[in-house]
Write a protein that binds this ligand. Structure first.
Ligand SMILES: *[C@@H]1O[C@H](CO)[C@@H](O)[C@H](O)[C@H]1NC(C)=O
Ligand SMILES: *[C@@H]1O[C@H](CO)[C@@H](O)[C@H](O)[C@H]1NC(C)=O
Ligand SMILES: *[C@@H]1O[C@H](CO)[C@@H](O)[C@H](O)[C@H]1NC(C)=O
Length: 280
């Protein structure tokens, strides 16, 4: 979508800021976006029939996140299991498989809807979340204690970061896919009860840089009313989960600081609906 071009030339000072933002430092290593695309495309073939919101977390051996061929990926992500996932999602149930867990939003009478991202990340009364259970199940080690989701007060760096040789760490490649980007009103709303930043950041903080991604297919439509800057800044609060937009064009990183060129913000207006006034 084209962005609106204002009729008047903005002042020079306003032009300078985005330019400065375009020259940020280069990032460290990350997952291969082409391999990420293979995983997301494959999983998304088993999305619920009505193509509504759902989220899925996939935990694979690290080598499986470098595959560029779906045929090879099938050895790790069993098709029988994914069909099972689709069935569960169609009946709006939580799915917990060997290498993947998935959920749809849960609508509640007289209570706020529980978002699918939250359902995968939030602990039950025993302190275990579907995603912590998944990561425990797929760590290639025996005799490790079950991981408990740290309490809220613990913040976002409560799990030990995995390193080679570390016992009982989460040595997986973790891909978290959500159809819609995590929304500002609930998931990224720090004053709400369903804030996922710490839960998400905690889990991803335990995973090696090269083997983690938070991927979405589209910007949550109501969030398109946000300005690019507000949306991007909210996404940035999830520091440990590198974000990608994965659609028919492939997977593109959302890290681009030059927001007019950020592929994840395509179709989001540059300045919001209300014209901005220059200050000073
Ligand atoms: C599931 O994950 C485990 C542990 O990472 C891995 O050994 C296995 O190959 C994966 N796939 C299947 C189908 O079990
Ligand atoms: C796939 O998963 C199903 C159910 O978990 C299992 O019965 C089947 O043997 C698996 N197939 C392969 C090829 O691993
Ligand atoms: C954030 O959550 C609070 C409390 O639920 C709510 O009052 C507020 O409107 C929310 N903010 C946004 C931007 O939706």
């Amino acid at each position: 979508m084209e962005t609106m071009v204002p009729g008047q030339m903005p002042r020079a000072g306003l032009l300078l800021l985005p330019l400065l933002l375009c020259f940020g430092p280069e990032t460290t290593r990350s997952i291969n976006p082409d391999a990420l695309k293979v995983i997301v495309n494959y999983v998304d073939k088993f999305r619920p029939d009505k193509d509504g919101q759902y989220a899925a977390a996939v935990s694979l051996p690290q080598a499986a996140c470098n595959l560029l061929d779906e045929q090879q990926l099938r050895a790790y992500l069993n098709e029988t299991e994914l069909n099972e996932m689709k069935k569960k999602l169609n009946s709006k149930e939580l799915f917990e498989g060997q290498n993947i867990t998935a959920a749809r939003p849960k609508f509640q009478k007289n209570h706020p809807t529980l978002h699918s991202e939250f359902l995968l990340l939030s602990p039950d009364q025993n302190g275990i979340s579907p995603i912590s259970r998944l990561l425990d199940k797929t760590r290639g080690q025996r005799a490790c204690p079950e991981t408990h989701v740290p309490c809220k007060e613990c913040g976002n760096n409560c799990y030990k970061k995995w390193s080679p040789g570390q016992r009982c760490g989460w040595n997986s490649c973790l891909i978290f896919f959500t159809k819609n980007s995590p929304c500002l009103g609930t998931c990224l709303n720090a004053s709400g009860c369903f804030y996922i930043r710490d839960l998400m950041d905690g889990v991803f903080g335990a995973i090696n840089n090269n083997f983690r991604a938070l991927a979405f297919r589209q910007v949550y439509p109501p969030d398109k009313a946000q300005k690019r800057k507000a949306l991007w800044e909210a996404w940035q609060t999830i520091q440990n989960a590198p974000m990608y937009k994965c659609d028919n064009n492939g997977c593109a990183s959302c890290e681009e600081k030059c927001l007019s060129q950020n592929p994840c913000l395509e179709g989001v207006p540059e300045m919001g609906a209300v014209p901005q006034r220059a200050h000073g």
